[in-house]
Ligand binder design. Sequence first.
Ligand code: SF4
Length: 230
Amino acid sequence: MRIKGFQGTSLLDFPGRVSSLVFTGSCNLSCGFCHNPGLVLDPDQYPDYPLDDLLDELKQRRSFIDGVVLSGGEPTLATGLAGFLEQVKGLGLQVKLDSNGLLPQVLSSLLGRKLIDYLAIDFKTSPSRYNELHTQPVDTAALLASCRLAIENAPEYEFRTTCVPGLVTEKELHEMGRVIKGARRWVLQQFLPREQLLGDAPQEAYPVAKFAQLRQVAASYVEQVEGRGW
Ligand code: SF4
């Protein structure tokens, strides 16, 4: 398991919990609006965070953190992920995994072994537009399988959509809503035009007033819609 980043304490990334954040490198998408382009394009530019040191730090922190968030890059690509999560769970900490959902077999195995307490699936746009997120065709059947897994098997879960202007409009939200109809929680994140992977992402975010329209669409498909960053 290769760790590329560690943040000791966060109040924001694991709903209802204080958590530490762990970042892995590499990704199987190359979204133009990615905020961690270094981790996606050239993860080896960052030194590996020593695993034993990380586990020691988590051990010391477990009196005031509730869990660990695995993010990236795409954590399900990491070799040794299950073994690492077993060690985290062995410390009595909960696990939240952030994933783009393209490796449902990995998610299924981790869920089956009860190594994920909270699964966040980044659902980026309508499945028909996923090929715009990579240089090669994207397996959207895998994404749909992960969406079902989250709804049916995850102890807690959320779908997260960053509202990138042009990529996520009411039309896309309707198509996405049909995929996750009946889900518990859908988070609509405000897009932040900052560091980008391709430099061709929009330069401006949607105005705040737009959130009400987007929320209305999302709310017609799921139990709860939350806005983040608006
Ligand atoms: S936004 Fe997420 S899925 Fe897209 S390239 Fe970046 S890390 Fe990968």
